[in-house]
Design a protein around this ligand. Structure first.
Ligand code: PLP
Length: 457
């Protein structure tokens, strides 16, 4: 075993393929349904929103899909990302556990999100798309896509959840710096946005509403505008597997193999990106790594949601998929981890959770900020509030290993840094942050509005 702290790969070690977990999935995928007819969607319906290459990736069962050279060239600006042994955190906790983190905060946008943004911009450009529309919660996805669109010469319209737009002006400026246009959602630019404004003038917005607006704009365009989603879909999760493929090689350099892999989950992409290559090793190679997805108690779609068919967005314009959901009409509380405020969860992750292949746990807001401070003071990096969910559970695992006197090898995904979230840290430091109880009644009401779909798969 090595006494190194950082495990870095060469540019030549950058993965050549994305890993498509659907090739190894022990559970068959549920059909994706049209939001109006409830019939399985046709490629024609999806082609209004996405370029054909991405639609093919969405339904592919090929195990590996080659990463195009122009995408790898841009990845090289920040990949391979470092794997770091958190020795100072281990010492601070006095734990025999070995803690590693994959540092995705080193990308230009400050999170894992460029891994798919760059790929999506590439395939859109190749298909002749002129302009993309998208939603963003905390602003991380919008800034990642703004970066990618800039590199490929695409225009970008971003519908940003209003509460984040107000709390995080610097992300908006970042998107504008890369050349994107940013609007606070609900806006008055779409039919759906205007209808939400009319009903609830003080709406803080939600990812579901912002998705509806971005989808409406692309769907009603002449075809030159397409829509781009930063999480949830199969192809998005697949693009993120560069994270786990690199981590496998780096754990090898460290001479260890993780017993626990941890990531926070909003739609599931950074967790899947790190965990799916390890899931492959579990399924194919007899490894027994525990894969732990961490969500906020305020939006606990895995641990408290229903596993059923639901719309991907609030306005019922996006396809219906089978997933763990709190109901498409549920508007999550305004927690600071804006990137985790989504009513549903990636269908593949939902299926694997249902099949017992991954674990899930929900943690409250204050405990995540406490963990974020511990990590910042030990390792020097101020984590994103989203990533702090993974850190909370990592610390709890390390303390559990200490209580049991076990050496446990833990790997988590540091999905991003928190440099644009400092007002949230300020609120925590001043004692102004609160925990949100699980909003049981609001979820109960939203569950009543699930689509009554006949198929069961
Ligand atoms: C967007 C985001 C998340 C949540 O999205 P996933 O698709 O679940 O990964 C987590 N961490 C950071 C830093 C993000 O920007």
């Amino acid at each position: 075993m090595s006494d190194q702290t950082r495990f870095t790969l060469n540019e030549t070690d950058l993965p050549r393929n994305w890993y498509n977990v659907m090739a190894d999935s022990p559970v068959p995928p549920a059909p994706v349904l049209h939001p109006a007819t409830f019939e399985p969607v046709t490629p024609d319906f999806l082609a209004v929103l996405f370029p054909m290459d991405l639609i093919l990736q969405e339904v592919s069962t090929e195990r590996y899909i080659e990463i195009p050279e122009p995408v790898r060239d841009i990845y090289k600006l920040y990949r391979p990302t470092p794997l770091v042994r958190a020795r100072r955190l281990e010492q601070m906790l006095g734990t025999p556990a070995h803690i590693y983190y994959k540092n995705e905060s080193v990308s230009p946008a400050g999170s894992h999100k460029p891994n798919t943004a760059i790929a999506q911009a590439f395939y859109n450009k190749a298909a002749g798309t002129k302009s993309l529309t998208t939603e963003t919660g905390a602003g991380q996805w919008g800034s990642a896509l703004a970066l990618a669109c800039n590199f490929f010469g695409l225009d970008l319209e971003v519908y940003m959840v209003r509460v984040s737009y107000d709390q995080k002006p610097y992300r908006r400026i970042m998107m504008e710096t890369y050349g994107a246009q940013v609007f606070a959602s609900p806006t008055d630019r779409t039919n759906y946005g205007r209808s939400v404004q009319a009903k609830s003038p003080a709406s803080p917005g939600s990812l579901g509403i912002a998705i509806s607006e971005a989808v409406e704009v692309a769907a009603t365009s002449d075809g030159a505008k397409k829509y781009s989603l930063g999480s949830v879909l199969n192809h998005v999760l697949m693009h993120q597997t560069v994270v786990g493929e690199e981590a496998l090689k780096q754990m090898d350099l460290a001479g260890e193999y993780p017993q626990v892999v941890i990531g926070c989950v909003g739609g599931g992409s950074n967790f899947a990106g790190l965990a799916y290559p390890f899931l492959r090793q579990n399924l194919k190679d007899g490894q027994r790594t525990r894969l732990v997805a961490v969500e906020p108690t305020a939006t606990p779609s895995l641990t408290k949601g229903v596993y059923t068919f639901d719309y991907g967005d609030t306005a019922k314009m996006a396809p219906i998929v089978k997933m763990h959901t709190l109901g498409h009409s549920f508007v999550p509380p305004s927690i600071h981890a804006g990137g985790l405020r989504y009513h549903g969860m990636a269908p593949s992750l939902s299926a694997f959770y249902d099949a017992g292949l991954i674990e899930a746990i929900a943690v409250p807001q204050l405990a995540t900020f406490e963990a974020a401070l511990t990590f910042a003071r030990a390792e020097g990096i101020i984590p994103a509030p989203e990533s702090a969910h993974a850190i909370r559970v990592t610390i709890d695992e390390a303390l559990d290993a200490k209580a049991k006197g076990e050496k446990r090898v833990i790997l988590f995904n540091l999905s991003g840094h928190g440099h644009f979230d400092l007002t949230a840290f300020q609120a925590y430091l001043r004692g102004q942050l609160e925990d949100y109880e699980y909003p049981a009644e609001a979820v109960q009401a939203a569950i009543q509005e699930l689509p009554k779909v006949a198929v069961e798969a």
